[in-house]
Design a protein around this ligand. Structure first.
Ligand code: TTP
Ligand code: MG
Length: 593
């Protein structure tokens, strides 16, 4: 019920068109219903009495009515299509907007394939349901009720004889409709599964090839594909039984009418015209029934889809602004404090990913976060822009709890370079300007220079106008990373978050990027996630993260002396000779010059 109301609310803006469609439809039904009456008149008053004028006159009326009815039906179609398409567009808009508000936690739970199916196939099913309802869906019951009344009006006795048959037919239809809905839900679920497999495979087709896993993937796809086919066949088989069942009912009705009506006509209790009109009304009662039966699948599928679309619309984002959320009015200093923060992802194990993190990043400081893969580095920095909310403890920026901030304002302070660089198709310039479309050419170039991207961009014939393919396919990993860094720098963030963002860049270039970042005035607070000790060397603070806890915290020199874990990492990556550190420091200096 709730669902129907929700759907109705989406139709409300188009109620005038919908009403017009229904009015036109009612006129069509009235005209359709008058045809058997006119036939009756031709037979009883024209043919039986040899009155040519009545025959011609009535036939002409019938032709006019038919033409008018066709015209109205076209009008009805036109408005129904408009209403359906408009509602579908609004639903797509609403879904899309909703998905934009989803937090990372929501998105983890909604698979991409599922969201795609809801945005396309499900909305189409809802659209078809609306259009059908405004056309045959309303026409059929109106025709049926009209014909029933006129049948009784034509001959009460004959109508009573048919009553049990009509009831039986109705029961058959209700039976089919109720059985059909769960079957359709099954089909949609199977379609979801297929889309998930498809989505993963199309996105990762190179990997599948590289690992010679196409056999395995084919099997996985085939399983999903066969499941969908089986389910669809079951639905179709079930539905296939319905039409013949209803046809049997119609034919039985005809036999009853001709038999009993014929006998009554012979006895002179009914005119031939009445019998003919009655058979016609019987057909107009039964045809809509059959039509409605056939439409019931559209309705069942439409309702299932409407429910699925509604599920998304009713999901509330896990991270939302408080009603009294504040914004930073002035430029922030960028002091970030983790106050006893623990965190675990909602799904799966309840083992916390981060445990009792206490950490202060002073304005302008570079804090390097070092740790093995899976230590929780990405999870730690994802908490700063509130991609996820902390489970306990709090994070403050300039002494304000980030949960009290408007999220948009929070985003505006953070320049984020995610671990996986995501680029959109478009020009290099558009990709760099993504967060600030109004940036000037000089600003774009300055950001690209700082990210050490300018040179390789200029080597391309079209420079900043060169095309970036979907997901940055035509760029190397390091080039993508540098464009992503330039994009983050362009918004001139007070807080810069680099998640292993120079992992694909050679060491020399990495040092140049670090130097360029250090030279920015005033310096932004930088959180630098890395697995390489060499990247962390010059940071003001180094945090060593181990299985979600801080294992060590201090400068490189301090940690080298005091911390066993850090020394081990250092030795394993750069060798035990401490002079290597000096060599590296020298090189950094020389590159800087
Ligand atoms: P991460 O924080 O992603 O670990 P990391 O960034 O330190 O590792 P890497 O260097 O490889 O980038 O993950 C920490 C733990 O959290 C890990 O056990 C996996 C788990 N996790 C989830 O359960 N859900 C998620 O969405 C993510 C990102 C991680
Ligand atoms: Mg990571």
């Amino acid at each position: 019920m709730n669902l129907i109301l929700k759907l109705a609310s989406f139709c409300r803006p188009y109620w005038k068109k919908a009403l017009l469609a229904l009015l036109l439809l009612s006129s069509v039904v009235v005209m359709d219903l008058s045809i058997p009456r006119l036939i009756q008149r031709i037979i009883d008053q024209g043919i039986a009495r040899h009155d040519q004028a009545v025959v011609i006159h009535t036939a002409l009326i019938m032709i006019c009515l038919s033409m008018l009815s066709a015209l109205f039906a076209i009008g009805n179609n036109y408005f129904s299509v408009q209403v359906g398409e408009s509602v579908a567009r609004d639903l797509r808009d609403a879904l899309f907007l909703k998905i934009q508000t989803f937090s990372f936690g929501n998105l983890d739970r909604q698979r991409t394939g599922q969201l795609m199916v809801r945005l396309t196939s499900d909305i189409n099913a809802v659209k078809t349901m609306i259009q059908i309802s405004l056309r045959i869906g309303t026409r059929a019951p109106l025709l049926m009720i009209g014909s029933l009344i006129l049948m009784v009006n034509t001959s009460k006795i004959l109508a009573m004889t048919l009553l049990p048959l009509l009831m039986g037919t109705l029961i058959i239809i209700v039976f089919f409709i109720t059985k059909m809905e769960p079957l359709f839900r099954g089909v949609q679920q199977k379609l979801d599964k297929l889309n998930n497999v498809l989505q993963e495979n199309v996105a990762g087709v190179r990997l599948v090839k590289a690992f010679v896993r196409s056999g395995f993937e084919e099997e996985r796809f085939e399983t999903a594909n066969n499941a969908l086919t089986d389910c669809s066949i079951r639905v179709t088989k079930f539905m296939a039984a319905m039409s013949p069942a209803l046809t049997v009912c119609v034919n039985a009705g005809m036999v009853i009418v001709i038999w009993s009506g014929g006998l009554q006509a012979i006895r002179g209790e009914l005119s031939i015209g009445q019998v003919v009109a009655f058979t016609n009304y019987l057909l107009t009662t039964m045809t809509p029934l059959i039509l409605m039966g056939m439409l019931s699948n559209t309705w069942a599928a439409g309702l299932v889809s409407a429910r699925r679309v509604n599920e998304i619309l009713e999901t509330s984002s896990e991270v939302t602004d408080k009603p009294d959320a504040v914004i930073f009015h002035e430029k922030i200093r960028g002091r970030i404090v983790f106050d006893n923060v623990s965190f675990h992802y909602g799904s799966g194990s309840d083992e916390p990913v981060l445990k009792n993190i206490n950490l202060v990043a002073e304005p302008g400081e570079v804090v390097a976060i070092l740790g093995a893969t899976g230590a929780g580095k990405t999870s730690l920095i994802d908490l700063i822009p509130r991609y996820y909310d902390v489970t306990s403890g709090k994070i403050t920026i300039d002494e304000i709890d980030i949960r009290d901030l408007k999220q948009e304002n929070l985003f505006a302070q953070c320049g984020i370079v995610p671990q996986e660089s995501i680029l959109f198709s478009g020009t290099v310039r558009d990709n760099i300007r993504y967060g600030r479309p109004d940036a000037t050419e000089e600003e774009v170039i300055a950001a690209a220079k700082a990210a050490q991207a300018h040179d390789f961009i200029m080597e391309r014939p079209l420079g900043y106008d060169s095309r970036v393919e979907q997901r940055g396919m035509n760029l190397s990993g390091g080039q993508k990373q540098r464009i992503a860094i330039a994009r983050a720098l362009l918004i001139k963030p007070r807080i810069l978050i680099l998640d292993d963002s120079t992992s694909s860049v050679d060491v020399e270039t990495e040092i140049r990027i670090q130097n360029a970042l250090a030279d920015q005035m005033p310096r932004q607070t930088t959180l630098l996630v890395t697995q390489r000790v060499s990247t962390a060397l010059k940071a003001d603070k180094i945090v060593v993260l181990d299985k979600g806890s801080i294992a060590a915290l201090g400068t490189h020199q301090e940690l080298l002396i005091s911390n066993q874990i850090y020394r081990e990492i250092y030795d394993s990556q750069l060798g035990s000779a401490s002079d290597i550190a000096e060599v590296r420091a020298d090189r950094q200096e020389s590159i800087k010059k």
